[in-house]
Write a protein that binds this ligand. Structure first.
Ligand SMILES: NC(=O)c1ccc[n+]([C@@H]2O[C@H](COP(=O)([O-])OP(=O)(O)OC[C@H]3O[C@@H](n4cnc5c(N)ncnc54)[C@H](OP(=O)(O)O)[C@@H]3O)[C@@H](O)[C@H]2O)c1
Length: 392
């Protein structure tokens, strides 16, 4: 296994999909916060659009411009060969993402994305994890709101609890935010691919080594009133529990028997009932191609909440961790989860992979496993709160 050093490639970070909704926010964040001397490039399929983006960035940040198209795998290979770290916002990933992961795994470039699609993560594990381990490439999916606050928040919570004992962590997510066309398209696509998702999960289970002598599980909870957080708890069917489970599998610190449950927290019962009904209606509509097309026309790719809406948006994830006779309440919170904070988490993850002293890992790894402490510190410094609210 080899790790690319600073001088091995022309760019430290290449941001692919830089002209999309989150891509632009990430480019702006990098331009404003990059360390001096960062060698970075914006990449995408449209040269004119990329040059306009570069011209809109503050003076002094001069990223290179690289043209690559997911329909042209050779262009993705050229892109991967020029980067130490490739950060891709080009989703839905199950539709557009695999060739870039393959190129990074093969050329030893670190790769990260904003994928919240379990099918894609399982598929890249089966097809590209082994090659990435050989070349030293780290493949880190879900480096946005999916799943950074949950993965690092569970990691933070576990570290407040005793070592070597069975642990449970329950997470309760609350947020006020809107979503973009890209996110909506990815969610609708996922709802329509239940069979493929289950098949990819089974295939992964056949390939993944069994965990010996320990257990790490993420069972689906049941809807209930959670007195510990004073809200109705609804199981959230996102990728986050799978990511947290994988961190727990990889890291002994999660103890011999770890369980994680993931909920949306809703204060008022009618809102909880309405939320479940709306999700059910969306899921049903996504199964029918004409209804899916009608829905995806409501918010187009590249569109998303404006600066005013984003400025008012916020998220909070409260965790209740228990084990070894101790109970701890922690919280991870911040601003606009889907976009402002996602761009921050994504850019900081890319900088962390490029520059920080990290544990030796390779292949498909989670944010907690690849970057746990270093990324937590970066996000704290960038204004995301990680705190212990109470211990009993
Ligand atoms: N919670 C989270 O973690 C989170 C939050 C936000 C977004 N996301 C995910 O991030 C992804 C991007 O979201 P978004 O709102 O930024 O979407 P978007 O605005 O639609 O951006 C998609 C990007 O993909 C590019 N693209 C499309 N086809 C391409 C091709 N053939 N070759 C090269 N590039 C191509 C687009 O290029 P053009 O600019 O040239 O069209 C654009 O830059 C989605 O999968 C979304 O689900 C996750």
């Amino acid at each position: 296994m080899s790790r690319l050093s600073g001088s091995d490639r022309p760019y430290d970070i290449v941001l692919f999909g830089a002209t999309g909704f989150v891509g632009v926010l990430t480019a702006e964040y990098l331009a404003a916060h990059a360390p001096e001397g960062l060698r970075w490039a914006v990449a995408g399929r449209g040269k004119a659009k990329l040059e306009a983006l570069r011209a809109s960035l503050p003076e002094g940040s001069e990223p290179g411009v690289l043209v690559a198209d997911v329909a042209d795998p050779a262009s993705l290979r050229r892109l991967a060969e020029q980067a130490r770290v490739v950060a891709s916002t080009v989703g839905p990933y199950v539709k557009y993402g695999e060739d870039l992961v393959a190129a990074c795994a093969d050329t030893g470039a670190d790769y990260l994305d904003l994928c919240g699609e379990p099918e894609f993560v399982d598929l890249t594990y089966v097809r590209h994890d082994a090659r990435a381990r050989e070349t030293g490439a780290r493949l880190v999916h879900a480096c946005g709101f999916d799943s950074v606050p949950h993965d690092l928040g569970a990691y933070f919570t576990v570290r407040q609890l005793p070592e070597g004992v069975p642990l449970t962590v329950d997470a309760y997510v609350t947020a006020d935010a809107a979503f973009s066309g890209g996110t909506f398209a990815s969610a609708l696509g996922q709802f329509a691919r239940g069979r493929q998702m289950a098949a990819a999960a089974r295939d992964r289970a056949r390939h993944e080594p069994r965990l010996m002598g320990r257990r790490a599980l993420a069972p689906t909870g049941v809807p209930r009133f959670a007195g510990e957080v004073g809200a109705w708890a609804l199981p959230l069917p996102t990728i986050d529990p799978q990511i947290v489970k994988r961190s727990a599998r990889a890291l002994e610190r999660y103890g011999p028997d770890f369980r994680y449950r993931h909920y949306a927290a809703v204060r008022r019962l009618p809102v909880a009932v309405g939320g479940v009904a709306a999700m059910g209606a969306l899921f049903t509509a996504a199964q029918l191609p004409p209804a899916r097309r009608w829905l995806s026309d409501r918010i187009k790719p590249g569109e998303g909440p404006g600066p005013q809406k984003r400025a008012k948006s916020w998220f909070s994830v409260r965790f209740v961790g228990e084990g070894g006779g101790r109970r701890v309440f922690t919280e991870v919170s911040g601003g606009d989860p889907g976009y402002g904070e996602t761009a921050k988490m994504f850019a900081e993850s890319a900088l962390c992979l490029a520059f920080d002293e990290l544990p030796e890992t390779a292949g498909q790894v989670t944010t907690a496993v690849a970057m746990g402490d270093a990324l937590t510190e970066r996000l704290r410094a960038a204004g995301i709160t990680f705190r212990v609210a109470a211990t009993r």
